[in-house]
Ligand binder design. Sequence first.
Ligand code: 6PG
Ligand code: NI
Length: 187
Amino acid sequence: MPTIQLEITSGKLAGEGVITAQKKLSQLENVFQDEATRKSMDQDQLIYEVQAYMPVEEGKEGGLYFGNSTIFPGKVNNEYFMTRGHFHTKLDTAEYYWCIQGKGALILMDEEGKTWLEEMTPGSVHYIPGKIAHRVANTGDEKLVFNACWPSEAGHDYATIEKDGFGARLMEVDGKPQLVQNKKEMV
Ligand code: 6PG
Ligand code: NI
């Protein structure tokens, strides 16, 4: 018997040891550019949900974790719903993402703040090298689902992003997603 099951069409994980965490709008203070609009929206709105299978202790070298993330469709003003984004604490650890369902963008940033994106569509596979911050935005009308695999020693550094943000934000401009440079965050 395999350790866990991946439901191939939904990307969902099931089995003993799979943990699930949800992020509601109330938990995403200062993540979106328009904080006033975020506050005025339904705080119980689910923005994203993450499942993880972590068969070895966090921080232990040599293991691999497996995850599923679902980002719901929507926007805060003209900025697409997205994950908080992070560098890995052990900076030079890489990660794979692959898209199962929906449409979106993987937003990547190097340590100098240079920010770019890779489009996510069902079947797209994304190698995120070490030292690269990563965040995912849902640019479609349905949920965006992707799976991930990352090293057990990677950890999550959210503080750097909370402090400095990404170098650009994914906004809807003239009905289309566009990466807009963050003026205050530009070098
Ligand atoms: C990881 C993965 C991934 C990520 C989620 C939620 O390193 O664990 O990149 O599972 O954590 O997609 O995104 P945030 O962790 O940025 O909230
Ligand atoms: Ni990661």
